[in-house]
Design a protein around this ligand. Sequence first.
Ligand SMILES: Cc1cc2nc3c(=O)[nH]c(=O)nc-3n(C[C@H](O)[C@H](O)[C@H](O)COP(=O)(O)OP(=O)(O)OC[C@H]3O[C@@H](n4cnc5c(N)ncnc54)[C@H](O)[C@@H]3O)c2cc1C
Ligand SMILES: C=Cc1c2[nH]c(c1C)Cc1[nH]c(c(CCC(=O)O)c1C)Cc1[nH]c(c(C)c1CCC(=O)O)Cc1[nH]c(c(C)c1C=C)C2
Length: 550
Amino acid sequence: MRPTANPQIRRLLTLPSFSPVSSLRFSPSHRQTPHRHLHRTTPTGAIESVAVLGGGITGLSAAWYLSKLAPSIPVTLFEKLDRLGGWLNTKRVESEDGTIQFEQGPRTIRPWTVSGLVTIDMIRQLDLEKELILISKNTPAAKNRFIYFPDRLNQLPSSLLSVLLSPNLPVMKGVLTGILAEPFRKRRPAGLTDESVGSFISRRFNKALANNLVSAALHGIYAGDIDQLSAKSLLPRFWLAEEHQGSLMRSALSNKMIEPVDDQATRAELRDDNAGICARMEGTNVYSFKDGIETLSLALARDLKKSPNVTIKTGVKLGNINYVKTQGLPINIIEGSNKPISYSHVISTLFAPSLNSLLPEPLRSPSLASVQAVTVLVVNLYYRTPNLLPVQGFGYLIPKSVPSSENPEKALGVIFDSDTTPSPGTKVTVMIGGHYWQGHTSYPDKHEAVKMARAVLQRHLRITETPTLTNVTLQKDCIPQYTVGHDERMEMAHEDLLTGFNGRLSVAGNSYLGVGLNDCVRSARDVVKGLLSGRSLTGLEGFKGKQWVS
Ligand SMILES: Cc1cc2nc3c(=O)[nH]c(=O)nc-3n(C[C@H](O)[C@H](O)[C@H](O)COP(=O)(O)OP(=O)(O)OC[C@H]3O[C@@H](n4cnc5c(N)ncnc54)[C@H](O)[C@@H]3O)c2cc1C
Ligand SMILES: C=Cc1c2[nH]c(c1C)Cc1[nH]c(c(CCC(=O)O)c1C)Cc1[nH]c(c(C)c1CCC(=O)O)Cc1[nH]c(c(C)c1C=C)C2
């Protein structure tokens, strides 16, 4: 898993010197050194043509890296929709206050992880630096994150000192005792290969810290349930610290920064070329783009259209993908009566179960099929009146411990968009559902959705004004859930793909190694470099071995 330094978890549990809590990338030994000489063949044969499935940020990135690193190889990208970008989807609405920009998916990117450096390198190569909006670490939008915990907004502590200084905050009740007790907790039983984040944090600290603080953090990244998500996948530094040092706090206070080996290699590859842009981004907490997050996907698509060997096919419905040893991978494209077109290699960036459904029965992988995802209702609201918010900050999250009387809409959190990107009035985004809607088959309609979002804002922020503009999107199966046992299942998926496709079908995207935008771009870069160097045959090798260095 890759170091995505999840901000919520990082802030909640980060101690002064504690390495950011993050889901780290595995580092099998063969990824230890950067690939200087990229070959055009894999152990299974020459790379004559590549099909990229999916035109989200991962698919666009994979095609882009192929066009940069192996410009002579023909690449065809298949996208089922008529638009590219996937969840990157900025909507512009004309109003009397000018054009109001709503983000229906991602809105901010973190610069300070190794995967963040990969995205920055791409931004530099795409000449997008002048389009950036940098949100400084010193602004309220960066520093102030809140949790709604009855019956008020609790500002999250950003260091151990502020934890010590805020024992009276309702959401902090019991947190200090949990932190002080942690070094004396017993290690987990030897045979325990994974457990839920809720069980792990409750065992190491206490239930209060788990159900109030960490539950909120996981709502803010995965829209997920603390009692289903995997501690090993989401908190690998903590998971390892218990195993090797017997305590998370002792590991933190020992200041032993551990990081995956391939992070070191990637940082070494990219550091010098990006020294300038990184210096200009110094002090940036998160960033976006003046014309919205889809600036990145649109720029990739523009660059790809200039590449003579890249073909982008949108609005296509993919049929079965088969594998014939002598012919490579004939992909049936259901577009008229065309006969199947064969490619020597395929990189799939589809949601894992979607890919699995395209494979012939005998080659399907129960592990790919096992990846679940949650549905999030995203309600953007714009008010002409500026400064309607009672506080300034990034937004607030609502932990699952909040009683349903205080959160009947099952809201996950609210983003204060006008604090992160400039806007004449007040702009917020209410996120609803996620794991609360698991198993649901019907969802609120647009009218009901706006009513629910306004009820949340009235109850928690006392906002009663009628919004000038609203925008509702139901994002079905939008965030994959790395539930308990995810790493083991992905290791099995690696074996299934290797056995079934002999290194000709690789995977990348948010189903596997991290859900952040940086993780997706990183997975695309790694799967392409691995394919061209012949050292990665599925994109999931990282689940087979992990090497850490301090
Ligand atoms: C509401 C929301 C908020 C988020 N906020 C942030 C944030 O602030 N910061 C951050 O870093 N990340 C954020 N994320 C996560 C991040 O946006 C996603 O994880 C990332 O965009 C996933 O990209 P992808 O290319 O892997 O997948 P996708 O974007 O899902 O792309 C897959 C593509 O494949 C296409 N496709 C599917 N099936 C087929 C088929 N059969 N044939 C052809 N094409 C097919 C789809 O149409 C889609 O275009 C957020 C996600 C959501 C949903
Ligand atoms: C309330 C629900 C959600 C909010 N954002 C998301 C959900 C489900 C989705 C999401 N947001 C971020 C990521 C990428 C994480 C990564 O590993 O890179 C995803 C999948 C980014 C993010 N989430 C929070 C912050 C502060 C950031 C960006 C900056 C950073 O990475 O530090 C926490 C958070 N998310 C939401 C709110 C209201 C919130 C904090 C108050 C909305």
